[in-house]
Design a protein around this ligand. Structure first.
Ligand SMILES: Cc1cc2nc3c(=O)[nH]c(=O)nc-3n(C[C@H](O)[C@H](O)[C@H](O)COP(=O)(O)OP(=O)(O)OC[C@H]3O[C@@H](n4cnc5c(N)ncnc54)[C@H](O)[C@@H]3O)c2cc1C
Length: 407
């Protein structure tokens, strides 16, 4: 593949950059850390409306769904440009819908489900969450215990989910449920769309050290979900859940506005003066180069995934590599940002505040990113088994009826 822009792509990039710089000159709430989550969501929704109007809302999706009708390559170019600007945070607000739930519906939903959910989701009018993890374990997605029992044209949900990002701000969620406990765990799952305002749902936000309540516990007590909200076959939920997870990992490993090597470079330049040259300490230069190398490698792997998408396929298990690397890289970048500043890290007024905000975010959120969307260990298993073809992890419960698996 030739990674240089064609002349059309050069024009597209220039137009995107011009539009983005106009947007960035507006007075948006762009904070990465804030306990004013409503303001953060409002800014993300307003910015998403602008993106949709300009054809940048969901560039590679068909216009009939509110997408831009463009190519995956245009999507990549726009994202490469967008991360260079200080704009509202779509990733942690509308990102679950745009990057995971809506693609899952497009790939697995009925035409009626696509018509009902995709357009409002792209417009940012409806916010989505992912209800997979449960108190008994999040890594083993197939071990969901929240049950769904059919009652004529409805299903009745009973159980609990946890760590659900954005649950309290969401209109809809995608949920994994147990519909047949008499077969092995992967064969008895069904996935539904669930209305987060339905009677019987209780959402309890969890307070985090960053001050936010980014995720919640969600309880389901006899919650009725219409069969028309079922995604895929009854007991065919594992395939649907896997497609959500692949989109999630590709999204987390893709281009982001999180603290990166270019930010570290800017911080080093800001902190250098006539008396103190940050680069006199070679470990700082080494850390910035290491960060660049890892990011560049991830970009190349991401391009493979985008090539698959442009050929009508889906992101493959190799996307787990970028999620694995990018999550620990964010943590390392956070450590390095703090190391660079030394004692000055305590006096934020000396720095460009948005840049510093990113260091603080990387420091406090980096560890969480190594858990959310698949822990380091689970991703290593995926890479070992599905990319390298190494022998599988020991799975004693694989062929046992779920009912007989100890909880
Ligand atoms: C910031 C953040 C946002 C999140 N958002 C969501 C969300 O929106 N929706 C959602 O459903 N969940 C969400 N989660 C939950 C996340 O998916 C789970 O925390 C994660 O999958 C791990 O599950 P667990 O915490 O139950 O740990 P466990 O699954 O109990 O794992 C505990 C430890 O054991 C290790 N381990 C488990 N199995 C194996 C194995 N087979 N081999 C080797 N080691 C193993 C794990 O790596 C981990 O270190 C979020 C988590 C975070 C941190």
């Amino acid at each position: 593949m030739d990674f240089r822009d064609t002349s059309e792509e050069t024009q597209y990039r220039a137009a995107a950059r011009k539009w983005l710089s106009e947007q960035a000159s507006r007075d948006w709430n762009t904070s990465h850390i804030t306990d004013e989550m409503e303001a953060k969501y409002a800014a993300a929704k307003a910015y998403q409306r602008e993106r949709v109007k300009a054809g940048y809302g969901a560039i590679a999706l068909p216009r009939e769904f509110g997408g831009g009708g463009g190519t995956p390559m245009e999507q990549i170019i726009f994202r490469q440009e967008e991360v260079q600007f200080n704009l509202p945070d779509i990733g942690t607000t509308l990102g679950v819908g745009l990057a995971m739930c809506l693609p899952t519906i497009i790939h697995n939903g009925t035409p009626e489900q696509r018509d009902r959910f995709v357009k409002p989701g792209i417009l940012g009018e409806e916010v989505w969450c992912q209800l997979f993890s449960e108190p008994t374990g999040g890594s083993d997605v197939a071990s969901a215990r929240t049950s769904a029992v059919q009652d004529s044209s409805n299903w009745v949900l009973q159980g609990q989910k946890v760590w659900t990002s954005g649950a309290q701000y969401s209109d809809f969620g995608i949920i994994t449920t147990r519909t047949d406990p008499d077969v092995p765990k992967h064969k008895g799952l069904t996935v539904f769309v669930v209305d987060m305002k339905a009677p019987g749902i209780e959402i309890r936000p969890i307070r985090q050290m960053s001050g936010e309540s980014e995720f919640s516990e969600v309880f389901f007590d006899a919650v009725r979900v219409p069969d028309t909200y079922r995604l895929g076959e009854v007991n065919g939920g594992w395939k649907v859940a896997l497609s959500t997870l692949m989109h999630e990992r590709a999204g987390i490993g893709g281009k982001s506005t999180n603290l990166g090597w270019a930010d570290l470079l800017k911080i080093a330049e800001q902190l250098s003066n006539d008396q103190h040259d940050v680069f006199a300490n070679p470990s700082h230069a080494c850390a910035i180069v290491d960060s660049w190398l890892l990011e560049f490698g991830c970009d190349l792997i991401a391009l493979r995934g985008q090539t698959a998408l442009s050929r009508g396929g889906q992101p493959g298990p190799e996307q787990s590599v970028t999620k694995l690397i990018k999550a620990s890289l964010l943590q390392q970048n956070g450590y390095h940002g703090i190391d660079l500043a030394g004692a000055a890290a305590l006096g934020t007024d000396r720095h460009d505040i948005d840049l510093w905000n990113k260091v603080e975010h990387a420091w406090m959120f980096g560890a969480g990113l190594r858990i959310g969307g698949g822990t380091d260990e689970i991703l290593r298993n995926v890479v070992a088994e599905r990319v390298l073809g190494l022998p599988g992890d020991v799975r004693l419960d694989k062929d046992v009826p779920f009912r007989d698996v100890p909880s």
